[in-house]
Write a protein that binds this ligand. Structure first.
Ligand SMILES: NC(=O)C1=CN([C@@H]2O[C@H](COP(=O)(O)OP(=O)(O)OC[C@H]3O[C@@H](n4cnc5c(N)ncnc54)[C@H](O)[C@@H]3O)[C@@H](O)[C@H]2O)[C@@H](O)CC1
Ligand SMILES: Nc1ncnc2c1ncn2[C@@H]1O[C@H](COP(=O)(O)OP(=O)(O)O)[C@@H](O)[C@H]1O
Ligand SMILES: [K+]
Length: 480
């Protein structure tokens, strides 16, 4: 599991750790890790003679860059510092000078020939976008042929929320210290971070056990995925009911069932008007044309994909005392009180547009502040919420760590892929996973399947994604 902590928590942990260490030791650990990462990015034998430019803000982030620059200078790199703040870390500056580095007021000349730029303008102390004087320098750094390495965080992004309020410096790699910060894992900021590397500075010992964000990895998902026992039968494995599709959107039913059949439930009951299309595509489905309450027992429901205007089945399904996943048309006008009144778990899976409608805000606001949006929806509905999009987030009703999905690809932005996800996550619910685990494992497999299907770099369909779910499952469960 990869975990991230907010700035307040990081600062408290750093203070506790610093109290046990000689002064400056923590910054030296950070600088040593940063310099080593820069050496490996430059490549073997290419540190000596490399031209390195340090963009140095007024805080400790600039201090890290200066001390790392001093280390690179001692290994033969030509290091030039560009001070951008109201002050420059005095110890770092002295170390760089002592190692033979130089300071310049003309950043553009140095940047034009740079091999590597260290962005030490702001770290966890940054507020808002880059200040106006740093903007042309950041643009020149990005426009140069140099590899741009962000120190701790790309400057100009919000560490806690992943918001990017103004201009920020896009990095090829970010070397972060002690723990990931939420902004490194959540778009739009995540996109500025490039490849992530975590430097251990001993913070784990003093960080709280519960992080703000967590990202599952293969072995976490492998642990959670259902496996039939020797005594299992199709009912014990869990039956999922899928209420989806309409005369206008029969394909949504076919796709939701495609996801559901590959999610570990023992059987899938389809309820709705698209039974013929579902059976033609998936003959193993049990179909029912009547209302959900007459369809027979299920261990979980999915309601909503392609349902059209009729909200009737949503209320009926919400009245059932089993876990329910509500997606797409099922989310339209959804009443928070009706969801809060349920005793069984509810999993809502909106995309940004649906989340915006539920919150009464603009879609852009949800996309700019995904973490706040998913937390607010989960609190308002007393439900687990999976917010889809370029970064998929899953938040439980009681707060706690938000799960951020590390798999996925923008090729997933294709019609019907959300229907596949709802069936898949619903199937995991029916198999007995909690709403948080079903949502996050579903998103994980779904993203992995899309990556596999689009590995050659060509567009994929939702049907292709469903077809790759089995391989994604095997990727996760097969020992490396
Ligand atoms: N506290 C510690 O023990 C450690 C901190 N470390 C480093 O210290 C950083 C945090 O240092 P600071 O607390 O000094 O904060 P920062 O260095 O991130 O930024 C603070 C400074 O930047 C200015 N600033 C804020 N927003 C700005 C903007 N948008 N544009 C330009 N300037 C802006 C502030 O006025 C202030 O002077 C971490 O990100 C990390 O790089 C590491 O050395 C590890 C140890
Ligand atoms: N830019 C993107 N990067 C990664 N995944 C994306 C992106 N855009 C959409 N997705 C994913 O694609 C799926 C689309 O679902 P949804 O918006 O419900 O579409 P539909 O209703 O057509 O099925 C979701 O799983 C979402 O997370
Ligand atoms: K930085």
């Amino acid at each position: 599991m990869r975990t991230a902590h907010r700035v307040e928590t990081v600062r408290a942990a750093e203070a506790a750790l610093m109290a046990r260490l000689p002064e400056g030791a923590l910054m030296q650990r950070a600088a040593a890790g940063l310099a080593a990462a820069c050496c490996s990015l430059l490549g073997k034998g290419r540190v000596y003679g490399a031209r390195v430019v340090l963009l140095v803000g007024s805080g400790d982030n600039g201090g890290d860059a200066l001390y790392a620059g001093a280390r690179l200078a001692r290994r033969g790199a030509g290091v030039t510092a560009v001070p951008l703040g109201t002050r420059t870390h005095p110890g770092g500056l002295a170390a760089l000078r002592a190692a033979g580095g130089r300071i310049t007021d003309d950043p553009f000349e140095a940047l034009a020939v740079a091999d590597l730029v260290l962005d030490g303008i702001t770290g966890i102390g940054g507020r808002g976008g880059l200040r106006p004087d740093a903007v042309p320098v950041a643009r020149a750094a990005r426009g140069s042929g140099a590899v741009v390495v962000a120190v701790d965080l790309p400057s100009g992004v919000d560490a806690d929320t992943g918001e990017v309020a103004g201009e920020a410096l896009r990095a090829d790699a970010t070397i972060t210290f002690g723990t990931y910060k939420p902004g490194l894992l959540v778009d739009p900021a995540r996109e500025y971070a490039g490849a992530l590397r975590l430097v251990d500075i001993g913070l784990d010992a003093v960080l709280p056990g519960v992080p703000d964000l967590e990202a599952l990895q293969h072995q976490d998902v492998a642990w959670l995925l259902p496996v039939p026992g020797a005594e299992s039968d199709k009912y014990r494995r869990g039956v999922l009911g899928v209420v989806a599709g309409s005369a206008r959107y029969p394909g949504a039913a076919v796709l939701a069932v495609a996801g559901a059949l590959r999610g570990g439930a023992g059987a899938v009951r389809y309820v709705g008007p698209a039974g013929d299309a579902v059976i033609a595509a998936h003959p193993e489905t049990l179909v029912h044309a009547g209302p959900p309450s007459k369809a027979g027992r299920v261990q979980a429901w999915v309601v909503g994909p392609g349902l059209g205007e009729d909200p009737g089945p949503v209320a009926e399904v919400l009245a059932a005392d089993v876990p329910v996943l509500v997606d797409a048309d099922g989310l339209r006008g959804l009443d928070p009180a009706a969801v809060r009144a349920r005793t069984a778990p509810t999993l809502l899976t909106p995309h940004a547009g649906e989340a915006a409608a539920l919150l009464g805000v603009a879609r852009e606001d949800v996309e700019a502040g995904r973490l706040a949006a998913v937390r607010e929806l989960a609190a308002r509905f007393g439900a687990t919420v999976l917010l889809k999009g370029s970064t998929t987030l899953v938040c439980g009703p009681g707060g706690g760590p938000v799960r951020v999905n590390p798999t996925g690809t923008s090729w997933l932005a294709t019609a019907g892929s959300g229907d596949v996800l709802s069936g898949l996550a619903g199937s995991l619910l029916a198999a007995g996973l909690s709403a948080l685990d079903a949502g996050s494992c579903g998103a994980y497999l779904h993203g992995l399947a899309a990556r596999r299907a689009s590995a050659a770099g060509a567009p994929v369909t939702a049907t292709d994604v469903a077809g790759s779910l089995r391989d994604a499952w095997l990727d996760v469960t097969s020992p490396a």
